[in-house]
Design a protein around this ligand. Structure first.
Ligand SMILES: [Zn+2]
Ligand SMILES: [Zn+2]
Length: 84
C-alpha cells in the first residue's frame, strides 16, 4: 500500500478492493482519500496562496505549507542552540 500520491487500495466490507485516488495535503502533509463522485472542494481543495491541494482541516487555516513549518521548526532549533 502506497501512502503518498497516486492510489491507495482500500478493502471494503466484502473484501472488495477499491482503488481511490489520494493526495498529500501541502500544509500538514496528511494523506487525503478522494472518494469517487466526491467533489474536490468538499475534501478541502486548492490553496489559493500556494496553489496546492490541501485537506479540509487546513482550509480554514491560513496558508502554512508543511515545508515552511519545517523551516520554522529548524530556525527555532537553531536559535535555541545558539542561545541555550
Ligand atoms: Zn492539511
Ligand atoms: Zn497554501
Amino acid at each position: 500500500m502506497r501512502r503518498e500520491g497516486g492510489y491507495a487500495v482500500i478493502f471494503g466490507p466484502l473484501g472488495i478492493q477499491k482503488e481511490c485516488s489520494t493526495f498529500s495535503c501541502a500544509h500538514c502533509n496528511c494523506v487525503v482519500h478522494i472518494k469517487p463522485k466526491c467533489n474536490l472542494d468538499d475534501l478541502g481543495g486548492n490553496c489559493r496562496l500556494c496553489d496546492k491541494l490541501i485537506c479540509p482541516k487546513c482550509v480554514d487555516l491560513g496558508c502554512t505549507p508543511f515545508e515552511k513549518k519545517l523551516e520554522q521548526a529548524e530556525a527555532r532549533d537553531r536559535w535555541r542552540r545558539a542561545y541555550g
